[in-house]
Design a protein around this ligand. Structure first.
Ligand code: HEM
Length: 323
């Protein structure tokens, strides 16, 4: 699902104009905006509970629908989303009034198009490449997993919570290590910063309480950055923050990209762990194959991420009338 806003009042009513571009299966990816069906049954609570039924209802209405509650057109099908993604000159990530810029304090890489996006993204690659993960981070990750498995075991089975007592702290500690925060930073704080920044990024309905919590989290994370940025300028290390500094980015971009990494690096690994435990508990024959070495754990992780998409919506803004 991709949602699209339009920054041009001239074309606001025709974000998806007639004369549609062919889709992979030969059907148009867009339609005349007059044909984009209106969603007037949006229910935020229901979407938060379980969005999949509503996604299916939207897809049944067509590849492009309009949702008045959030003033956005939504691309609802895989093919229409891929079509948009392949045309950044029409569907820009550089949104004009993105909630993400406010939530992260400045424009981070995710709201930029190439080449600016590639510069910032490329600077973090030395930390996140599989080789670096194997050589530098695996040892830390393994220690963290062992520590939190011990913690999980100490709790009585009927009181243990896989998310609270294992998946969240593991994801949070890995994130602390990857961004280069000091060991004094608590896993529960990074989890809260991540949750509240993400709520800000998604705050399209402009809820004042969400902004207050997001601003507080950003300020707390910035206080840590006040401490580590001067040190990393003198003594670089292998962290994401250090590589962002080394790339010569302005400090506000360094900070925004660290906040983005904290926001982006928490829920997805946490959800992936939970989903995989759930899936393998319900498919013991597949768990047995993994334990016997007949299937690879890496493939199981990848399969889980593909099976339950970690990110339900990403925004783009159209730059002109779109066919
Ligand atoms: C199972 C684990 C993960 C999954 C499935 C996942 C998925 C994704 C997806 C789908 C995007 C693209 C979002 C978009 O275009 O709007 C993304 C972007 C991003 N993720 Fe993750 N992610 C995971 C883990 C992480 C971790 C651990 C970190 C931090 C260390 C992280 C940091 C980021 C950042 C910084 C971006 C923006 C990249 C860019 O603009 O090029 N992610 N992730």
């Amino acid at each position: 699902m991709r949602y699209v806003s339009h920054n041009n009042s001239r074309t606001a009513a025709t974000a998806f104009a007639s004369g549609a571009r062919p889709d992979r299966d030969g059907t148009p990816i867009t339609t005349d905006s007059n044909q984009a069906r209106e969603i007037d049954w949006f229910d935020q609570q229901r979407m938060l509970q379980d969005p999949y039924e509503d996604y299916a209802r939207m897809r049944a209405l067509g590849p492009v629908v309009h949702m008045s509650a959030i003033k956005r057109y939504l691309l609802t099908t895989h093919a229409s989303v891929v079509g948009g993604e392949q045309h950044p000159e029409l569907f820009t990530a550089h949104a004009s009034k993105p909630t993400m810029v406010r939530a992260l304090g400045a424009r981070a890489m995710l709201r930029k198009d190439d080449p600016d996006h590639a510069t910032e993204r490329g600077s973090t690659n030395p930390t996140l490449r599989p080789k670096a993960v194997g050589e530098v981070w695996s040892r830390h990750f393994r220690e963290t997993v062992a520590r939190w498995l011990d913690h999980l075991e100490e709790i009585e089975p009927d009181r243990a919570d896989l998310s609270r007592d294992f998946a969240a702290p593991v994801a949070s500690q890995n994130l602390i290590d990857l961004v280069g925060f000091p060991t004094s930073v608590a896993v529960k704080d990074v989890r809260r910063w991540s949750t509240e920044c993400i709520a800000g990024i998604g705050n399209v309905l402009d809820d004042a309480d969400i902004w207050a919590r997001c601003d507080r989290s950003q300020a707390e994370a910035n206080a840590i950055l006040d401490e580590i940025i001067p040190r990393l300028r003198v003594t670089p290390d292998t962290s994401v923050t250090s590589h962002l500094i080394k790339a010569g980015l302005p400090e506000e971009s360094v900070r925004a990209n660290v906040h983005l990494t904290v926001s982006g690096g928490m829920n997805e690994p946490q959800d992936m762990i939970r989903n995989m435990v759930w899936a393998l508990s319900h498919h013991p024959e597949q768990l047995a194959m993994l334990r016997r070495g007949e299937a690879a754990w890496g493939d199981a992780c990848e399969g889980t991420v593909r099976w339950v998409a970690p990110i339900g919506m990403i925004p783009r803004e159209t730059t002109q009338d779109v066919d």
